[in-house]
Design a protein. Structure first.
Length: 557
């Protein structure tokens, strides 16, 4: 009988299929398991699984309307999960699957198909299938894929009922639902299959433990994690990643876990980021679901933009890192420092101001950007810190605030807390010297100061958010100008310190927003710079909150 699972393993081990080190280990494990006498590979189950997916149809992208054909690596993974069985009782061998593959390799669509298979074809009494995530919006991604594909399949649509948050199969008293921390009714769960979506984004293991504990009454439950790599190495995903590698490693006999299936696609050389051979190792669907031109474009963007390089490593090559995406190339930043800039040369000239007022231990910052006739932006910066707290803050943040204050790069405000009246007066004095086209400020802060500035009618105050949707155009423009030499700034060590601290988070649309490396690494000057730049890149978007602000970042396959 045809055995596509073993055919894939043999192809990898023969070098006919490009694969990274952990996939090679997974294939070696498979070949060893074929020699065991306590388990067997049910090829009939594998055939039924592959045929089941062919009944489903893609509904997005260039394959919309066409049958879902599993790629060889997907047949290997799903065929192993459902095909390997114990001779003693015929139940499935694997109770957990950990699949870690870069984005755009068709993960979410295949996960939706697995959810439907678990509901309709698992021969499980009263099957309960859950798509699980920490946020409900994320949990519904895979669930919605299952719903759309199930509705479009005639044979399934006859047997399944579709509701807003539930897919049910009355003939077996089964259900398929999204499940998240903010869902109601966690008590009484009895999952037969749980699909853990984008595990790399989970900050703790609460949902995992609740689902796993609830599976105790099932004979062959399955937890399937389908994720990309990430940056949060303290989380459950990296824990599973490390355990999975140890299970696959033929030398690590102490890590035997016969109920765990592991497939981790990544590179063999993390330094060869531009090598197409490494791309193929990390992306088993390269040339199919994931186009080579897409990878070339992602690499080109990463080379030109520091904020994209870390994302390229993590999301396109499945390389774990222990830090968020650094925003700026500090060599480029220092090259943009211009000691010849004198503030008095810009009196009366047009500019945009960006304001970021302190919260608790942060600094307050104001940036002015002057657009030049030569298409060069020139920036000046001002910072404030409470006088009585400056020594304590210097110790906590490990930077010389007192020295910066003596040198005039930072001004101390009276008292132990931020004196907003003092800063307001300073801003008015600064604004009077220039033709201010607008002062952009974080709409979630600064309200009282901004109201007073508005009354003075020196400049128009414009609310400007620092989430993905609003901040990204300004941040991208700053990156572009640094790269092509169209940005200059007057020297200020506080601003440069902030620039080195600034990292970015990226959403699936490659919009970015500023984040800190750690709490004591202040980025207030860069937030103010982004606000000022927002006035120069065009009208800010409407005052709406991105869905990513609520649910976090989701990487879809």
């Amino acid at each position: 009988m045809n055995d596509p699972v073993t055919a894939y393993a043999r192809g990898v081990l023969a070098g006919e299929i490009v694969a990274g080190p952990y996939v090679i280990w997974a294939c070696e494990r498979h070949m060893r398991d074929l020699k065991r006498d306590d388990i067997y590979l049910d090829l009939n189950e594998v055939s039924v699984l592959v045929d089941f997916f062919r009944m489903l149809k893609h509904y997005k992208g260039k394959w919309a309307g066409k049958p879902v054909e599993l790629d060889p690596w997907q047949v290997f993974c799903l065929g192993s999960l459902y095909g390997w069985k114990r001779k003693a009782d015929g139940f499935r061998r694997f109770r957990e699957g950990f699949l870690e593959v870069p984005r755009k390799n068709g993960k979410s669509t295949k996960a939706g198909g697995v959810a439907l298979y678990g509901l309709t074809m698992d021969n499980e009494p009263g099957p309960e299938v859950y798509t699980v995530a920490t946020k409900r919006g994320q949990a519904k991604i895979v669930w919605n894929d299952a719903k759309v594909m199930g509705k479009a399949c005639r044979s399934l649509a006859k047997r399944i009922n579709f509701y807003v948050n539930n897919i049910s199969m009355p003939s077996v008293n089964g259900k398929l639902e999204p499940l998240s921390r903010d869902s109601k009714g966690h008590d009484g769960l009895n999952p037969s299959l749980a699909l853990m979506d984008e595990l790399h984004a989970w900050e703790d293991r609460l949902m995992w433990d609740q689902v796993e504990d609830a599976m105790g009454a099932r004979d062959q439950p399955l937890i399937l994690s389908i994720t990309t790599a990430g940056t949060y190495i303290e989380g459950i995903c990296f824990e599973k990643h490390e355990h999975g590698i140890n299970v696959l490693d033929p030398v690590q006999a102490d890590y035997d876990d016969d109920t765990l299936f592991v497939y981790i696609a990544t590179v063999s050389d993390p330094e060869a980021l531009g090598d197409p051979l490494q791309w193929a190792m990390a992306n088993p669907s390269l040339g199919g679901a994931k186009g080579l031109e897409y990878m070339q474009e992602q690499y080109r963007k990463a080379v030109q933009s520091p904020s994209r390089m870390n994302a390229f490593k993590v999301k396109q090559l499945n390389i774990w890192t222990n830090a968020p995406d650094s925003w700026l190339d500090m060599v480029q930043w220092k090259a943009a420092e211009d000691k010849s800039l004198k503030l008095e040369d810009f009196y009366g000239k047009k500019c945009f101001l960006g304001l970021d007022l302190a919260e608790v231990n942060d600094l307050s910052a104001l940036i002015a950007i002057f657009p030049g006739d030569d298409d060069v932006w020139r920036a000046f910066s001002w910072f404030w810190c409470p006088e009585e707290d400056i020594a304590k803050r210097a110790d906590g943040d490990r930077v010389p605030y007192q020295l910066w204050e003596r040198m005039g790069y930072l001004k101390a405000t009276p008292g132990a807390a931020t004196d907003f009246d003092f800063i307001e007066a300073e801003i008015l004095a600064i604004a009077e010297k220039f033709d201010v086209q607008g002062l952009l400020y974080d709409r979630w802060k600064s309200q009282s100061v901004v109201q007073n500035l508005d009354k003075e009618e020196i400049c128009t105050c414009i609310p400007y958010g620092q989430g993905y949707k609003e901040a990204s155009p300004a941040l991208r423009e700053i990156e572009r100008r640094l790269l092509c030499g169209k940005f200059r700034f007057a020297p200020n060590p506080v601003l440069t310190w902030n620039a080195g601290n600034a990292c970015v988070a990226m959403d699936p649309a490659e919009n970015i927003k500023l984040i800190k490396k750690m709490d004591r690494k202040r980025i207030d000057g860069m937030a103010a710079l982004a606000n000022a730049a927002g006035g120069l890149v065009g009208e800010p978007p409407e005052d709406t909150e991105s869905v990513y602000e609520e649910r976090g970042v989701i990487e879809l396959g």
